[in-house]
Design a protein around this ligand. Structure first.
Ligand code: NAD
Length: 262
């Protein structure tokens, strides 16, 4: 059987970019997948690209709303009869300096990523604990959760919050056989809505390179001289949730072609 046959996954923010690549990989490995994102039709379109509604469904859920998250979890249970694996991927970046960052900016970044992933993990953990079958929660955090850079204080602070949620939940949920791990990507330019939606232009300005050369710029500062693609992050998620890492929890895997190690 496929490695993830019989597993049921919920991936937030999976209508685009890294989340879509994760959902695609999980489905390819045999999991049934629920794609939750802000826009219902985009979520449904992404799900349809994975196969029929027997294997993938797309739903609208804003992760800042406990009610919408609960509805997404309920729909997952209704569609596929259970839940085994949750990926906290939904995110955005305003890419602002300290002096540019308004209170509203701070609140938005933290509501979507720190609060949003807390709400998703809480709702999912309740189901996982009740099922008594263990499970996986994966956070797509960032290299920025550990390393500082200019012009992204609210984004980086909320990524650090997510990283600590990984450790806290690994400690709290371990006795239920629930593993909680994270991924720290960096420089996923191609395919990323965050980069296309303004972050890329701002990063290019910070680094003094043309925006269309940003992928190359990121690649050149890595140890491996490779551009990181959404699929590379998806590969790491697959490794984390596969049975070969059954004794690993509270870990963050960098997917940055070595930039954090440089
Ligand atoms: P993306 O814009 O392509 O994907 C983000 C998705 O999240 C979008 O589909 C968006 O609609 C969704 N989303 C935003 N707010 C939401 C909300 N309130 N509720 C539900 N969905 C919401 O960008 P991406 O680069 O694929 O980013 C995915 C994740 O990876 C983010 O958490 C981001 O911080 C993280 N990340 C990205 C990079 C990178 O280099 N691109 C690096 C480190 C971490």
């Amino acid at each position: 059987p496929a490695p993830l046959a019989g597993r049921i996954a919920l991936v937030t923010g999976a209508a685009s970019g890294i989340g879509k690549a994760i959902a695609t990989r999980l489905a390819k490995e045999g999991a049934c997948v629920v794609i939750a994102d802000l826009d219902a039709s985009k979520a449904q379109e992404a799900a349809a690209s994975l196969g029929s509604t027997d294997v993938a469904v797309g739903i609208a859920a804003n992760v800042t709303s406990a009610t919408e998250i609960q509805a997404a979890i309920d729909e997952t249970l209704l569609a596929f009869g259970g839940l085994d694996l949750v990926v906290n991927n939904a995110g955005l970046s305003l890419s602002k300096s300290l002096l540019e960052t308004t209170e509203a900016d701070w609140d938005l970044q933290h509501n979507v990523m720190a609060k949003g992933s807390f709400l998703v993990s809480r709702a999912a953990a309740k189901v996982l604990i009740d099922q008594q079958l263990g499970g996986d929660i994966v956070y797509i955090s960032s290299k920025n959760s550990v390393f500082a850079g200019p012009n992204n204080i609210a984004y980086s602070a909320t990524k650090a919050d997510q990283a600590h949620q990984v450790r806290l939940l690994a400690a709290e949920l371990g006795e239920h056989g629930i593993r909680v791990n994270g991924i720290n990507p960096d420089g996923v330019v191609r395919g990323s809505g965050i980069f296309a939606g303004g972050w890329g232009a701002k990063r290019a300005a910070v680094y003094g390179v043309p925006e269309e050369k940003l992928g190359e710029y990121y690649a050149q500062r890595t140890l491996l001289k490779r551009e990181v693609l959404p699929e590379n992050v998806a590969n790491a998620v697959f490794v984390l949730v596969g049975s070969d890492l059954s004794h690993t929890t509270g870990l963050h895997i960098p997917v940055d072609a070595g930039v954090a190690a440089a």
